[in-house]
Design a protein around this ligand. Structure first.
Ligand SMILES: C[S@@+](CC[C@H](N)C(=O)[O-])C[C@H]1O[C@@H](n2cnc3c(N)ncnc32)[C@H](O)[C@@H]1O
Ligand code: SF4
Length: 434
């Protein structure tokens, strides 16, 4: 019996058939925008000469190809992101959803999100997108202040942003989320606090609060380099981050990831959570990324692919070979483990022992995967905690020494979340695997 168990535990190492997880998420990248914001370096293009129908039919063709071997998969979530996917047609969105439902298992409660810019034209289309099958609307508000919006280069006003949230709430009910950005030039903690309180009074089901990041190749990057603008200093940014946490908490809205907040765990975004938990996903459209398990791979079974970024080359590739994969890489167990730690520690759920057990085929646990001295130092200093029991969702947290127990999870504290990227880097440098 002992021997049999041993063989089963390590079966993956000897077989080149990998067990395929059932759940799969789908990401669809819309590559066009009507304008370019000064901070954004996403894969987006302003191209008035390219009709929507061309990229729409390429994406549909690519889905047909990429999902052809995934018929037994249950679709956990579909995410239309961009660029500005609310510039696409509701007919296209409906065709995508119909196609996916024919090719895979599409349960009625699958989360289907569309990113929307709060311009008047796009607000008018919300009802049609809902009718097409969208049940969650993610609105790029960024700010309610016209002076900040115009500095960012957005083409909507604060009033449009309010109207977008109000309309979306009527149509999508609790399926409304929006993005805010803090840390813009001349912003004070007090003015950000007022904006956030105002935002939460409009809708508090779900929101993402991002610190403005200076990305290479953007107008913002050039202006900072030229010294023509200055961002708030590190201490002010830390105050703003803490303020976001406190103001939201007072409204019953909890931070569940470094930048994501929800009013209750049932309103947390399923699509991103699936990514953070290391779930399989396929991305279609220009520049999209995929990470998923394939059955006939001799390695870990997981691969990562990246599509061609430029829309014209993307469309040409799909027309000739039905896909636009520019790069394919095998993901090793070590890579998978590192990703799980990076993404897991950014959430309140942390890194689970069950995930370590799965990825290492039972060879390692949370107790012996990291340099324990490093972990203990972060625990003693109040940055990390062990979760010892997890029953009825009530987590018993501890900053004590393990004393022989294997913990359920390693999670960041509120203080730890502020500096989690630094902690993660150090923990990964102590990883004892393979
Ligand atoms: C790529 S956009 C797509 C949404 C939509 N096009 C819009 O702008 O409303 C997704 C979100 O990423 C965030 N984002 C993009 N670049 C950023 C940056 N440099 N710093 C902080 N947030 C950023 C914005 O909040 C934006 O709403
Ligand atoms: S933030 Fe949105 S609208 Fe602005 S350039 Fe990026 S993708 Fe386009």
């Amino acid at each position: 019996m002992k021997t049999l168990l041993h063989i089963n535990k390590h079966a993956k190492a000897f077989s080149n058939k990998t067990e395929i997880p059932t759940d799969l998420s789908l990401y669809i990248h819309w590559p066009y925008c009507e304008f370019k914001c000064n901070f954004c370096n996403f894969n987006k293009y302003v191209d008035i000469n390219s009709p929507n129908s061309k990229v729409e039919s390429s994406i549909l063709k690519e889905i047909q190809h990429r999902l052809r071997k995934e018929r037994d998969r249950r679709i956990k979530s579909i995410y239309f992101g961009g660029g500005t996917p609310s510039l696409s047609s509701p007919r296209f969105v409906s065709e995508v959803i119909n196609l996916v439902s024919k090719m895979c298992i599409l349960p009625s409660d699958t989360e289907i999100t569309l990113e929307t810019n709060p311009t008047l034209v796009e607000i008018e289309k919300m009802k049609s997108f809902h009718f097409a099958g969208i049940n969650r609307c993610s609105i790029g508000i960024q700010s309610f202040k016209d002076s900040i919006l115009s500095w960012m280069g957005r083409d909507h006003t604060g009033r449009d942003a309010v109207q977008a949230i109000e309309t979306a709430r009527k149509i999508f009910n609790t399926g409304v989320t929006y993005d805010l950005i803090y840390g813009v030039p001349n912003q004070t903690t007090e003015s950000f606090k007022k904006e956030l309180e105002y935002a939460l009074s409009l809708s508090s089901y779900h929101l993402s609060i991002y610190q403005l990041t200076v990305e290479f190749g953007t107008r913002l990057h050039k202006d900072i380099k030229a010294g023509s603008i200055k961002l708030p200093d590190v201490d002010t940014l830390a105050d703003m981050y803490e303020t976001a946490f406190e103001v939201s908490k007072n409204q019953g809205v909890n931070r569940y990831e470094v930048s994501n907040y929800a009013k209750g765990s049932n309103l947390e975004g399923k699509h991103n959570k699936h990514y953070w938990e290391g779930g399989d996903y396929i991305g279609v459209g220009p520049g999209s990324h995929s990470r998923y398990t394939i059955s006939d791979d001799p390695g870990n079974g997981k691969i990562s692919t990246i599509n061609i970024r430029d829309p014209k080359s993307y469309m040409e590739s799909v027309a000739t070979v039905n896909h636009a994969i520019a790069k394919r890489v095998d993901i090793s167990s070590r890579d998978e483990l590192e990703e799980l730690i990076v993404f897991g520690l950014r959430t309140i759920y942390g890194v689970k022992n069950s995930s370590i057990d799965r990825i290492t085929n039972g060879r390692k646990s949370l107790k012996n995967i990291f340099g324990l001295e490093t972990v203990q130092r972060y625990i003693d200093d109040g940055y990390l905690e062990w979760v010892l029991n997890e029953s009825d969702n009530q987590m018993t947290r501890s900053n004590l020494k393990l004393e022989g127990k294997i913990p359920n999870a390693l999670v960041p504290t509120n203080k730890g979340m502020q500096v989690i990227d630094t902690i993660t880097l150090e923990l990964i440098s102590t990883l004892q695997y393979p």
